[in-house]
Write a protein that binds this ligand. Structure first.
Ligand SMILES: NC(=O)c1ccc[n+]([C@@H]2O[C@H](COP(=O)([O-])OP(=O)(O)OC[C@H]3O[C@@H](n4cnc5c(N)ncnc54)[C@H](OP(=O)(O)O)[C@@H]3O)[C@@H](O)[C@H]2O)c1
Length: 240
């Protein structure tokens, strides 16, 4: 059965060759949305996606490479993530500066929506994960930059802060969403995080949301869009 596109416009995926990024691409293609991938490794991107996506090769350290990648895209989804303590794949280079550069260039190019993966506990400077080169603090700085630039008129952002990432098919769990970084632990499938990042392109209640998400219990889901209504209702409810 052909699925009608729910979003018009091309979406740039940064971090597409990663485990969550591959799910983002898969879910965008599932919805019939044109995808451009920004990768430092053409062979890796081509081996994963073939001709199904456009590939722009470049470095996240290069503003001009990013400018080429975002040109003509109406949305960006970033699942970038650091993998080494120092050097070009460190938290400072990727989770903070890389994402901030992507936000800057997307903003300059007139991108309308930016979905970002962050992490549970991102506001907690004392969290042990910060022993990995301050990774949560770096993600927090990037979040702040995105909120600042994409909360302006005619733009929007969605920041998803997942618990521990697991592999597995999407839509197999009832999810628990929260705001204010109050969840301490939990896990979630990368595929569900990808789905939340993707549906945020067209769900109005997802606009300008920052939230945490983990698995609640196993239960097949028809779709994840309603979780954004849950979040909107939480924002309007008195504080617990
Ligand atoms: N693991 C967890 O439990 C957990 C929990 C909460 C949040 N998160 C966050 O969720 C995000 C996605 O996680 P994941 O497991 O899907 O990550 P992943 O598989 O390691 O993917 C990371 C992506 O970032 C890219 N990247 C890394 N360094 C780069 C650089 N210097 N230049 C350009 N691209 C670079 C990788 O590209 P290459 O393919 O070229 O290496 C890859 O596409 C990360 O930000 C992670 O911190 C993880």
């Amino acid at each position: 059965m052909e699925i009608k596109a729910r979003y018009e416009g091309k979406v740039l995926v940064a971090g597409a060759t990663g485990k969550t990024g591959q799910w983002v691409v898969k879910r965008l293609l599932h919805y019939g949305i044109p995808v451009r991938v920004f990768s430092r490794a053409r062979e890796k991107a081509f081996s994963l996606f073939g001709d199904a996506v456009e590939i722009v090769v470049g470095k996240i350290q290069s503003a001009s490479d990013i400018a080429r990648a975002v040109e003509g895209c109406s949305a960006v989804i970033s699942t970038l993530g650091s993998s080494s303590y120092n050097g070009e794949s460190s938290p400072g280079e990727v989770d903070r500066d890389g994402v901030m550069r992507l936000v800057d260039e997307a903003s300059k190019a007139g991108v309308r929506h930016f979905s970002l993966i962050s992490s549970l506990a991102v506001t907690r400077w004392y969290h042990p994960l910060n022993l990995f080169a301050g990774v949560l603090l770096k993600k927090w700085e990037a979040e702040e930059h995105l909120r600042k630039l994409f909360s302006q008129e005619n733009r929007s952002y969605t920041i998803v802060r997942p618990g521990g990432l697991q592999d597995g098919e999407p839509l197999q769990h009832h999810l628990r969403v929260d705001i204010g970084d109050r969840l301490w632990n939990g896990s979630i499938n990368r595929s569900d995080v990808a789905e939340l990042l993707v549906v945020a392109l067209w769900v109005v209640a997802a606009k300008n949301q920052t939230f945490e998400v983990i698995n609640d219990f196993e239960e097949v889901q028809a779709g994840l869009e309603p979780y954004y209504d849950t979040l909107a209702a939480m924002l309007n409810a008195p504080l617990r």
